[in-house]
Design a protein around this ligand. Structure first.
Ligand SMILES: Cc1cc2nc3c(=O)[nH]c(=O)nc-3n(C[C@H](O)[C@H](O)[C@H](O)COP(=O)(O)O)c2cc1C
Length: 314
């Protein structure tokens, strides 16, 4: 273990065609979404989900996702999705759609107990998907008005869920990816890195949204109106937090564990920063795509990164 050093390490830029480049979890839930992403030439992976055991309507009755003028977003969607039985039927087809276009299919699973993570991981294995992304971080789940605990902050559940999912994936060829919540405590960041090493994680996605944030417009109106205006923060303001977490985790996980930067990627320079300053192998784009649902953004980001890569070689 390297400890919490603050030494600034710069990592070599990765050639654009070797980058892991994908949509962030939270958007692709149905066939038409997978079809659309399969047609985006620059994506190497398509992330479906998060999916849950039971169907979920999500938090309804108001604005559940909004983006402020600086590109910071707030959401309290609450994991809307048709549930595990639906995905058991359709995931094999999604895998085919992605693989035919040369892309890997990643399925993000969100359980509320170790048993649920296991059930979901079995569905992922049965589908032939390339990777199972264990979402430990959704902050927006409310039952009868009460917020459910966030798995990432429950050490016992994190460890038992990860070990159990590892067991399900063992010898199946399905990669184990782990999606974490932002963690501000540097000691815990290193603790998390040791768990990633213990379960031989293939990738860690850093990070999920920053939980329980309130944001308002200039006139005081809340950015979102469900969940009392409280939601998970992402986009521009999340980037320095996610980057710092990746910087702490990178030296403390085995080299084969890829880090995927998620948080405020909207231009090529953001990709460069995650690769150069945090040792990430790729990025996932959430807010900047979800905002307008314009798939051209992926090509634009990658073209900008390619220019920066070229310039750095001169
Ligand atoms: C509207 C919305 C819905 C999201 N839903 C999920 C989800 O279902 N599962 C998950 O792991 N992360 C979810 N996230 C988190 C994103 O995948 C991503 O980690 C985070 O937004 C940071 O990336 P960004 O700054 O590019 O948005 C969601 C984010 C947003 C904005």
């Amino acid at each position: 273990m390297k400890g919490n050093t603050v030494a600034i390490t710069q990592y070599p830029l990765i050639p654009p065609h070797e980058l892991f480049f994908m949509n962030a979890a939270g958007w692709a839930k149905h066939r038409e979404h997978v079809e659309l992403l399969a047609r985006v030439p620059d994506l190497t992976h398509i992330v479906v989900g998060s999916i849950t055991v039971k169907p979920r309507e999500g938090n309804t009755g108001g604005t559940a996702f909004n983006v402020a003028h600086d590109g910071t977003s707030l959401n309290s969607l609450g994991l809307p999705n048709p549930g595990m039985a639906y995905y058991e039927d359709v995931l094999p087809e999604f895998v085919g759609l992605a693989n035919e276009c040369g892309k890997k299919l990643v399925v993000s699973i969100a359980g509320f107990s170790t048993e649920e993570y296991v059930l979901l991981a079995k569905v992922v294995v049965g589908s032939g998907a390339d990777a199972c992304e264990v979402n430990l971080g959704c902050p927006n789940v409310f039952v009868a008005g009460e917020q459910k605990p966030i798995t990432s902050y429950d050490d016992a559940l994190v460890q038992s869920a990860l070990l159990a999912v590892r067991e399900v994936l063992e010898k199946t060829g399905v990669e184990l990816w782990v999606k974490l919540s932002p963690e501000q405590n540097p000691i815990r960041r290193i603790q998390i890195a040791t768990w990633l090493g213990a379960i031989v994680a293939d990738a860690a996605i850093l990070t999920n949204t920053y939980p329980n944030v309130f944001l308002a417009e200039e006139d005081g109106s809340p950015l979102i109106t469900v969940s009392n205006g409280i939601g998970g923060m992402a986009g521009t303001a999340l980037k320095p937090i996610a980057m710092a977490m990746a910087q702490n985790i990178r030296p403390n996980v085995p080299k084969y564990t890829k880090l995927i930067g998620a948080g405020g990627v909207s231009v090529g320079a953001d990709v460069r920063d995650y690769v150069r300053d945090a040792g990430c192998s790729g990025v996932a784009v959430g807010t900047a795509f979800f905002q307008n649902e314009n798939p051209r953004i992926f090509g634009e980001i990658l073209a900008e990164y390619a220019d920066l890569f070229e310039a750095a070689q001169r």
